[in-house]
Design a protein around this ligand. Structure first.
Ligand code: FMN
Length: 302
């Protein structure tokens, strides 16, 4: 008899048919032309800001060995346009929608949630506290336990939906930041965003990115991101969405074994838009072959 594999999870109250999501900024509704988006565990939108943002000067993406550097700079049409034009399309899908928001100040996060709270069809908010392009006093929000605590406390009171904190990997002690977020009542962690990097064209003797610096993503960061998930998962009880360089089911399994309750696919979507589907199938086959549940797999690290 073929064993029925149940991939469904309840991630801090978000009911998903499988643990595979697509990462903020790397996926949009155009993918619906390629496959049925309802097969995904959840969709996370690109980060939305209060006002429209034109983004950083070009070039904004360069390829690097086994990865890409991006300095998109949160280009987006702003919350008003999102609510009017994009949200109605997302609402037609039958899967949890997680809206990612980013602000320059604490107040902007507050205002964004207040606006989104008036809308139906949203399952959770992801607070992007880690965009290398938005800094307060030279640091991103999730680099400071104080700024992080204050922001979580303010936003928590505004909604009954789960709040996910997306953290930067660029800290000395990820456990300290993860525990700070947990202590202040965050529902889940997204670990993690990109690593800051740069690339120089030696012929022109010029940085390749218009913004000089950009976030490194893709397979190049996988061992770094995996280590962060592993460290945090051992010390917090809230669920972790693991990401960073996942390109196939084997990468995804590594993150789950490291302690991730769910995983997110980012850069790989640009190379193979069906990566998430292949990852779902691969996880399913692996569990069946090894007679494991997702939970057992997560607790199986020797
Ligand atoms: C082009 C591009 C745009 C991104 N935009 C966002 C964004 O708007 N908000 C966010 O939280 N993360 C953003 N990210 C980060 C990804 O969501 C993800 O955390 C990161 O790329 C690591 O995963 P990966 O190696 O699978 O890409 C972006 C990444 C890329 C490559």
């Amino acid at each position: 008899m073929i064993m029925k594999i149940d991939l469904s999870i309840n991630l801090a109250g978000i009911k998903m048919k499988n643990p595979v999501m697509v990462a903020s900024g790397t996926f949009n509704l155009e993918y619906a032309k390629i496959f049925d988006l309802n097969k995904l565990g959840a969709i996370i939108t690109k980060s939305i800001t209060l006002k429209p943002r034109a983004g950083n000067p070009p070039p904004r993406i360069v390829e690097t060995p086994f990865g890409i550097l991006n300095s998109i700079g949160l280009e987006n049409a702003g919350i008003e346009s999102f609510v009017l034009k994009e949200l109605p399309l997302y609402k037609k899908l039958k899967l949890p929608l997680i809206v990612s928001i980013a602000g320059k100040t604490e107040q902007e996060y507050v205002d964004l949630i207040k606006i989104l709270e008036k809308e139906a069809g949203i399952s959770a908010y992801e607070l992007n506290l880690s965009c290398p392009n938005i800094k307060k006093g030279g640091i991103v929000f999730s680099q400071s336990p104080e700024i992080l605590s204050s922001l979580i406390k303010k936003t928590l009171t505004l909604t009954r939906l789960p709040l996910i904190a997306k953290l930067t990997p660029e800290v000395n002690d990820i456990v300290k930041i993860a525990k700070t977020a947990e202590k202040n009542g965050i529902s889940a962690l997204a670990l993690s965003n990109t690593f800051l990097g740069m690339s120089i064209d030696y012929k022109k003797r010029k940085p390749r990115l218009g913004n000089i610096f950009g976030g490194l993503s893709g397979p190049a960061i996988k061992p770094l991101a995996l280590r962060i998930v592993y460290q945090a998962a051992r010390r917090v009880k809230i669920p972790i969405i693991g990401m960073g360089g996942i390109t196939n089911f084997m990468d995804a399994l590594e993150f789950i074994i490291a302690g991730a309750a769910a995983i997110s696919i980012g850069t790989a979507n640009f190379i193979n838009p069906k990566t998430a589907l292949e990852v779902i199938q691969g996880i399913k086959d692996y569990l069946r072959k090894n007679n494991l549940s997702l939970k057992k797999l997560r607790e199986s690290l020797k």
